[in-house]
Design a protein around this ligand. Structure first.
Ligand code: 0O2
Length: 207
C-alpha cells in the first residue's frame, strides 16, 4: 500500500538507519566493557554472544498492524521499542541479572522500561529480561533519543526461544493445544536444568 511504501522510504533512509546503528553500537560497546569487567571479576567468561539487528520494514509494518496502529513512520518510531534490538546470551542464568544491573548503572544510557520474563515467564514459556533503553545520538546540533531493546537471556533460554521462534512463535502451530503445552513444559524442564547447572557451578566454585 501507499502507507507501507512511505514507511519503507522513511525508515530505510540512510540517516535514520545510521542513527539506529549508532545507538546499537554504543550499547554494544558498553556491553563489551561490562563483559570484560565481569569476566575479570568472576574469572570466567560471562557473555557467550551478542547480536544486533534492525527490524525489517515488513516486520515493522506487521507489528504496527498487530498493535492496531497506523502503518506510518511516526507510529513506528514512537510506539515500537525494538526497531533496534540487541540480544545478549549469558552462560548462566544468574549472570543475566548482573548484566542487566550494570546496564542500568550506565549514566549515558537511560532505562525506559524493564520486563522480567524470567521471574514472570510468558504463557508460551518464553523467558528473558527485556530492557528498553534510550541512547542520545547527536549529529551536528541535533540530538535524537534512540530506543534500543536489549534482550538478556541464558544460553538455555536462548536455545528454547530460538526453537520456539522457528516452530511456533507467530505461527499457527503455536496455537495447537498439545504443541502449546509441550513447548511450555520443555521451557520448565530447561529452566530446571539451567538452575541445576548454576547450582553445580556454585558447588565447584566452593571446592
Ligand atoms: P521478533 O521477530 O523476535 O523481533 P513492548 O512494545 O515493548 O511493550 P512488545 O515488543 O510488544 O512489547 O512485546 P514483548 O513480548 O515484550 O517483546 C517481544 C519480543 O520478545 C519479540 O519480538 C520476541 O523477540 C520475543 N518474544 C516474546 N514472546 C516470545 C515467545 O513466546 N517466543 C519467542 N521465541 N520469542 C518471544 P517480536 O517483535 O514479536 O518478534
Amino acid at each position: 500500500s501507499l502507507m507501507e511504501k512511505q514507511l519503507k522510504e522513511q525508515i530505510e533512509a540512510p540517516m535514520v538507519r545510521l542513527s539506529y546503528t549508532y545507538a546499537m553500537d554504543v550499547v554494544q560497546a558498553k556491553l563489551k566493557m561490562i563483559n570484560a569487567d565481569l569476566t575479570e571479576q568472576f574469572d570466567r567468561q560471562v557473555i557467550r554472544s551478542m547480536t544486533g539487528r534492525i527490524k525489517q520494514t515488513d516486520s515493522i509494518a506487521k507489528k504496527l498492524m498487530r498493535k492496531g496502529r497506523e502503518v506510518t513512520f511516526q507510529a513506528a518510531v514512537t510506539t515500537l521499542n525494538d526497531i533496534a534490538g540487541i540480544r545478549v546470551v549469558c552462560f548462566f542464568c544468574d549472570d543475566i541479572y548482573r548484566v542487566a544491573d550494570y546496564i542500568k548503572k550506565q549514566k549515558d544510557i537511560t532505562l525506559i522500561k524493564e520486563k522480567d520474563y524470567v521471574k514472570n515467564p510468558k504463557k508460551s514459556g518464553y523467558q528473558s529480561i527485556h530492557l528498553i533503553v534510550e541512547v542520545p545520538v547527536t549529529y551536528l546540533e541535533k540530538t535524537t533519543k534512540i530506543r534500543v531493546e536489549i534482550q538478556i537471556r541464558s544460553f538455555a533460554m536462548d536455545y528454547w526461544a530460538e526453537l520456539d521462534n522457528q516452530m511456533c512463535y507467530k505461527k499457527s502451530a503455536g496455537q495447537i493445544e498439545n504443541v502449546e503445552r509441550e513447548t511450555k513444559d520443555y521451557s520448565d524442564v530447561i529452566a530446571k536444568v539451567d538452575n541445576q547447572m548454576l547450582e553445580l557451578r556454585r558447588q565447584i566454585e566452593k571446592m
